[in-house]
Structures are given as C-alpha cells and as structure tokens.
Design a protein around this ligand. Structure first.
Ligand code: G3I
Length: 352
C-alpha cells in the first residue's frame, strides 16, 4: 500500500512530526482535488495539513471573461479541504502569468484598474472565511530587486501592489494576505521584497506574510541566504513561509529561475536519470532536505508553513521545466507515492 514502507511498518506522518512547529502543505493538481487519484486521496490527508491549488485558482482558470467566473474546481477544493482538515492557501490573485486572454489584451490604466478591482473583489470576496490565505501578489520582482515590467506595472505604476493588498484587505477581512516570489532569498531580490513589504506596511495596508517559493537544486542549496532571509523577513513582523518547495536533481542549461517563460530544447545528455535515481543522488537529495529542515527547525518560531510543490515526483512541473520531457526527482514521494530516503531525512529533523 502506498502509505506503508517496504517493511510494512506504518510510514510516519509529516504533519504529525511537525505539528508543534509549522504547517506542512502540498500543491494539488486537478485530479487530486477531484479525488480521481486514489493513492493521493489516501496519502494527502495522512501527510499534510495545508494545500495550495497548483493551477485552478489562477486568473485564467477562475476568471476567463470580463463577467465570467468559473468557481467549480475552487469550490471543490474548499470542500476537499474542509473534509480533510487542510488549510487552503489560495494561489494567486495578481500574477503576470496565466492571465486570461481578455486581461492580456487590456491596454490602458482604466481597464487594468477595473480588472484588478473586479478580480480581487469577486474572487477574494467569495472565498473569505473559506480559504486560510491568499497569495495576493505573485512574482512582482526582477532578479535585481526592481519591479518586473508586467502589464500591471506598465499601466498602473509601482503602486499596483499596495492597491492589490488594499482591495484584498477589504474583500477578505478574515483571510491572511501574503506576497509570494522565487529567489527572494538572494540578496538583491530580497532587498527588493523587503522594500515592497515596507511600502505596503507604510501605507497602512495589511500584509500578513511572505512566501519564499523555494525552487532550489539539491546540489547548490543557498542555505546561508535562506537563513538571512528568514531573519530579515521575520524582523518585518510578518510570517515567513516556504510555499513551493522542491529540489531539482538535474542540471539546468540556462539561468536559475522559476520564470515559466524560460524554456530550453531537450537533449538526452541533460536527462540522465530516466531509468531511476542512482543511490548517490538519493543520498545527496536526502542530505539537502535534511540540512534545509534543520534550518527550518532552528527558526520554527518565525516559520508558519512549509509547502511542497506537488505530492509526488511524477506530477512535478520540473519534469517539464526548463526543458520539456525530463525525468526529475524533486519531492519526498516517488512516482508510486512511496516515501524516498529524503522523506525519512526530513522526518528525522523533527525530533519526533
Ligand atoms: O490546462 C492545460 C491543458 O488544457 C492542456 O492540454 C495542457 C497541454 O500542455 O496544458 C495545460 O496547462 C498547463 C497547466 O500547467 C496545467 O497543467 C500549462 O501548459 C502549463 O504551463 C502549466 O504549468 C504550471 C505553471 O505554473 C504555469 O505558469 C505548472 O503546472 C505549475 O506548477 C506552475 O506553478 C508556478 C507557480 O504558480 C508560481 N511559481 C512558479 C511555479 C512553477 O512554475
């Protein structure tokens, strides 16, 4: 059975192991939300107490036309969360990517402002009190800490982030409101994120936390910068979370980002583990996860949640990014939902 180890002793539970420390989440895909994935239907409630929709609450799915909203899957997720006692970390209100076609065509400040207002008011309003949190703004920064040239920046200027949080605060008074981004553990981008958060706070607008996505690699984990980030973000008086954790074992041909626009052509040389992950790599991955969770435990007072970006290796976006069709192994459960050595390495750090 998927939730039993090979020796048939019950597999420990992540959510139990860290219950006094931080919430443990996973991203869920559509099949999992609909409980069509029978192994996940058993494993998810056993291992996790938080869930993030990987795609179905993004604007292109939930708001496909000006006056057209599609709440069916999101409503199912809320019901699934309630049934299985999972906090739902909704993702995401304002993001330059996965925008509906009608929003991508907007070309002036008035219509962009109307989109921002309608989208946040309607979507965050509907789920207030039903989801635990929203990633209000996602990935608004460039690697050097400056603001990304999205259509929001282009037509609404720098203040669109404050405005988004102001609208979310009004529409969703009972929902935690977060800023979420990748590589914000890196010094320049971190400084940009800190400035952005301070700006929201200085405007008297509520921001409850920051999500460091955590799309890293098992062979060059930036532990020192992660530690500094926890310290500096926590000093702003907000929750610190790791919201999209996965550790790629594959080398990337290009620059290291999670920018979904950056892809590279496939070749066999950059896809070496199609027949399985060698023991030495399993050990490296387990060691990286162990070091990371030791650090998380050191700062457990500041960290409210750690969410993995997917339940098992087979569903990970890293099989298709930045190169389509590779075989990656970034999570704690393998393609058959069996716990990997990395799972036991993480459990060990909990001291339970
Ligand atoms: O829904 C269509 C489907 O109809 C079509 O048949 C299929 C063919 O490729 O594509 C499906 O859409 C895909 C979608 O995931 C749902 O599976 C898109 O092509 C694919 O690009 C999309 O990728 C998602 C990506 O965000 C897109 O922006 C990944 O699953 C998701 O893991 C990833 O998540 C992001 C976070 O939201 C933000 N941070 C970075 C992270 C990783 O990129």
């Amino acid at each position: 059975m998927a939730w039993m180890a090979a020796n048939m002793s019950p597999t420990p539970s992540l959510k139990e192991a860290f219950k006094n420390d931080f919430a443990i989440g996973t991203a869920l895909n559509t099949q999992q939300i609909l409980e069509k994935d029978s192994a996940a239907a058993i494993l998810v409630p056993q291992q996790f107490n938080a869930a993030t929709p990987e795609n179905i609450m993004k604007a292109e799915v939930i708001h496909p036309g000006w006056d057209q909203y599609n709440f069916e899957l999101a409503d199912k997720l809320v019901a699934y969360g309630k049934k299985n006692q999972l906090q739902i970390n909704a993702h995401t209100l304002i993001w330059h990517s996965q925008l509906p076609a009608f929003a991508r065509r907007l070309k002036n400040a008035d219509s962009l402002r109307m989109y921002l207002t309608n989208h946040i008011t309607t979507v965050a309003g509907r789920y207030d009190g039903k989801v635990y949190s929203w990633d209000v703004v996602n990935e608004a920064l460039n690697e050097d800490g400056s603001m990304r040239k999205s259509i929001f920046l282009q037509y609404l200027g720098n203040d669109f982030v404050v405005e988004a949080f102001r609208l979310a605060q009004k529409a969703a008074p009972h929902t935690k409101l977060y800023y979420n981004d990748y590589n914000i553990e890196q010094p320049q981008k971190r400084a940009g994120a800190i400035a952005l958060i301070k700006k929201i706070q200085a405007a008297g607008v509520r921001i409850d936390g920051v999500g460091i996505q955590g799309h890293w690699r098992s062979y060059d984990l930036p532990l020192e910068n992660i530690e500094k980030s926890i310290q500096e973000f926590a000093a702003l008086g907000i929750e610190v979370m790791f919201t999209e954790l996965d550790l790629s074992v594959l080398q990337n041909p290009g620059p290291v980002t999670a920018d979904v626009g950056q892809t590279t052509a496939y070749n066999d040389r950059i896809n070496p583990y199609t027949g399985g992950l060698p023991d030495s790599m399993q050990t490296q991955l387990a060691g990286a996860y162990e070091n990371l969770f030791r650090l998380f435990m050191k700062y457990k007072e500041s960290i409210s949640r750690v969410t993995f970006w997917g339940v098992n290796d087979g569903q990970s976006w890293l099989n298709n990014f930045p190169v389509r069709g590779r075989t990656n192994y970034p999570l704690l459960f393998d393609r058959q939902y069996q716990p990997k050595p990395a799972f036991y390495a993480v459990i060990k750090t909990s001291g339970q």
